[in-house]
Every structure is written in structure tokens, then in C-alpha cells.
Design a protein. Sequence first.
Length: 197
Amino acid sequence: MAVTRGDGSAPQARNAAARQADEQGLLFGGDVVTSPDDIGYRGPTACAAAGITYRQLDYWARTGLVEPTVRPASGSGSQRLYGFRDILVLKVVKRLLDTGISLQQIRTAVEHLRQQGTTDLAQVTLMSDGVSVYECTSASEVVDLLQGGQGVFGIALGRVWREVEGTLADLPAERADASSGDSAADELARRRARRTG
């Protein structure tokens, strides 16, 4: 993950591009709110919100690419719970994969994102030239990267943040302290009641 800093060249072009980017709402800014740390989403819900398959989710968790932070799997039948930030990273991984970025570069980018604070993520735009991933935290850094001919596409994490937030608003969540066995037992009891009733 590289961070590009502006060098002060071509300030008029940089300012015009920054204004245009701000007008389009593609970069940085906007207040975002996260869900509490003890609220999580089961695997199928995380898949729906991130636009991935359950097979991808399971593989990425087993290989350590994106692991659930609210409640990890603790044996057969246990339910992983993914936090808001986990789902945000899952969606970013999916977008990077869709653009042809190598899994090795994605792992590097994800590790870098893990080290960022939650509030910082909304201010980050990931840019890529198809080989490397670059972190930009200001419009001038994006413009400098584009002027250098390196940037091909960008992912504004603030926008992805709002997309995930909107999707999760309509999906079921649960608290981390609710045991997965109780939830499964409750579901089985509801199914039995429907069959016998």
C-alpha cells in the first residue's frame, strides 16, 4: 500500500480536479456512523451486504483475509458474527477482486486498512493502477496520482461505508452476547411449532 503526497506542481489543475471530484461526491467527507461493537451480522447477512458468496466468506475467514471481529467461530455449529467494519472490508475486497487486483495486493491493502482507525476509513480513497493499491486521504493526493499516470480506478471508502450502512439497515443483526446455540434452539422451536400447529 503506497501513500502518495502532493508535490505542489500544477496547483490550478489540481484545484480544478479537486473541485470537480468534490462536486461529484466521489471523494472524502461526509459524517458516518458505525454500529456498536457488540452488534454483529451472521455470515449470510454479511454476504448479502458485501455482495459475495458464502464460499468466499468462509475461505477469507479461514485464510485470515477478513475474520469476524464480533464473534469468531468456536467449533461446529457456532455462528460467526461480522461487525460493520468487517463487512465494509469484505465489500472493498470484492470490488478490488472484480477489478483484477491480485489477492496478494489485496491482503496488503486489508492489513493496512486494519491498522487505520474506524473514523479514518471514511476519509480514504483507494486507487489502483491494476497492479498496486494506493491510499489517498485528500483530493490533492488523488490528483497527483492521476497526473503521474498511475491511477486507473478508485474506491471511495466513505461511499462504500454509506452503501453498507444502507444495506444493513434492512438486514437482521444480533448482539454478541446472545449465544449462537440459543438462537439455533429458538429457530428449531419455531420450526417445530409451525409443523405441529
